[in-house]
Design a protein around this ligand. Structure first.
Ligand code: DC
Length: 230
């Protein structure tokens, strides 16, 4: 591997795409193999949602959400087993931000202009300190428009829903397929139609349709492109 994780001239790899396309799994693996920092921007919106829910804040009160975003400290670290942890005001919330309640309420936070500005600034700050693989919805279009490489990871709706069902069942959760499909459809609509930071393919992004690809095939494809760049 020729790329050092040096601070100057940090290399940014952007991975955007809809929910269930496999961004997290792929971005984590690519960052591991390249020795880059993994930046999960969705975890930041989720963490703020969790904080708002815990504090009983009205999720339709945009001013209150912006105030909350100004105060919050969201950090990433790795535990002794090299597992990534998300810290909300110093507390490990890695699992707590994955509940359906958080998942289904994040859209309130994600559509507030003032909140996104704060989140984007924090993401840029993280991106200025090391080489990163960042995943989200607006990474290649808004957060890092000058990213060295941009990927738009997609998969058809059926496949994304199936992956989500499998993931939840592996965690021992029995949720009806219909419910998962409806949630996913709703998340897609919200992601694509948000006025600020919507999910959109950057013009210079490489599209990877992972519907019929294994995780390893997608990872290989991304690594090949990056190594080819030098
Ligand atoms: O990728 P994810 O499912 O963890 O994202 C959680 C939510 O955050 C999802 O509703 C979309 C939103 N999000 C966003 O608006 N912008 C990002 N850069 C990342 C996620």
């Amino acid at each position: 591997m020729a790329l050092d994780n040096k601070v100057q001239d940090a290399v940014i790899v952007a991975i955007d795409g809809p929910a269930g396309a496999g961004k997290s799994t792929i971005a984590k693996e690519v960052s591991k193999r390249l020795g880059f920092t993994y930046l999960d921007t969705g975890a930041m919106y989720r963490s703020l949602t969790l904080k708002a829910l815990n504090q009983g804040i009205n999720l339709e009160d945009e001013d209150a959400l912006v105030d909350l975003a100004k105060q919050v400290h969201i950090d990433f670290c790795t535990d002794e087993n090299h597992k990534l942890q998300v810290l909300l005001d110093g507390k490990d919330v890695t699992e707590d931000i994955r509940t359906s309640e958080v998942t289904n309420n994040t859209f309130y936070i994600a559509c507030v202009v003032g909140v996104r500005e704060i989140m984007v600034n924090r993401q840029r700050e993280i991106g200025s300190t090391s080489n990163i693989v960042a995943e989200g919805r607006d990474i290649g279009t808004v957060v890092f428009p000058n990213a060295k490489r941009k990927f738009y990871l997609d998969a058809n709706f059926e496949e994304r829903a199936q992956r989500r069902i499998k993931e939840l069942r592996e965690k021992g959760k029995q949720i009806e397929a219909d419910e998962i499909q409806n949630d996913l459809k709703e998340r897609d609509t919200k992601d694509f139609t948000r006025k600020v930071g919507p999910l959109k393919k950057a013009e210079d992004a490489i599209v990877i349709d992972s519907t019929h690809m294994s995780i390893e095939q997608v990872v290989q494809k991304i690594i090949e492109v990056i190594l080819h760049d030098g």
